[in-house]
Design a protein around this ligand. Sequence first.
Ligand SMILES: C[S@@+](CC[C@H](N)C(=O)[O-])C[C@H]1O[C@@H](n2cnc3c(N)ncnc32)[C@H](O)[C@@H]1O
Length: 284
Amino acid sequence: MREIEIHVAEHYGLKGLRETILQIAEDDQGRLRPDILENIDEFHIGGAEATSRMLDAIGLQQGARLLDVGCGIGGPARRAAQQLAARVTGLDLTEGYVALAQELSERSGAAGQTEFVQGSALEMPFEDGEFDAAMMLHVGMNIEDKPRLFAEVARVLRPGGIFVVYDVMRLGDDQPQFPVPWAATPATSFLEAPHSYRAAGMAAGLQVVKEFDRGAEAEAFLQMMRARAMEAQAAGRPPAPGIGMVMGADAPVKLANMAQAVRARVVAPIEIHFRKPGPQERLT
Ligand SMILES: C[S@@+](CC[C@H](N)C(=O)[O-])C[C@H]1O[C@@H](n2cnc3c(N)ncnc32)[C@H](O)[C@@H]1O
């Protein structure tokens, strides 16, 4: 692992996360409750709804192979397996996440369709052209070398394959206030503008198909989370399960900093769809 990757994995490798999640998501018979788990195992703005929308756009044939780059604890991969009947491989730097992703898949009956591998997106342990499609949700903010990231994705994608990126990107020169959910300090945060992603994708031989600014949806999502947390606090209840649970004790400040940066249009979650052209197609 590169030195920066060790720091990124440390940021995410929260102690006791497995126990916290199981405590919340298990029913009194020890079975996992999918309705609770889906609020915790998707570590990006918009949660399950955002993933589902992207999966509709990817639209694979049954049994096709999908790569989830930076899969976290596997929520998006399990959703993809279920929604698209695809076979999904999740790749992630953080060892504890990969183990937990595997365990949660086994316990929710998705293990036959999902597999999780520890490794770097900059050096993927996969063959050329192995995957029919790829997705990457809220990961590029931790990766400085975007050209290499895109080159690796383009390498493992088959011709004609789609790559959907959904990352927090910067809209100007300003930086958010730290900590944010993906980094405690600027040392492990590599926010880029959408044009840099497009350029990195095109340099790797990918075509840009579509782009969406999800800033308005993000603002609504973060406001809804905040309102729920305040409601619970006022009623003396513990907060409802949500993505804050995977962020540690300083989750409220990380979420508040991100919400402020989204509101001020310093950053926005941007979705860009790329496609790897076939051998006979001209690049546009
Ligand atoms: C904010 S989480 C998103 C997880 C997941 N995509 C989701 O939406 O639930 C970012 C993830 O990216 C992973 N990550 C960061 N840099 C990576 C790299 N170079 N290679 C592979 N995974 C990486 C982290 O370990 C972490 O699990």
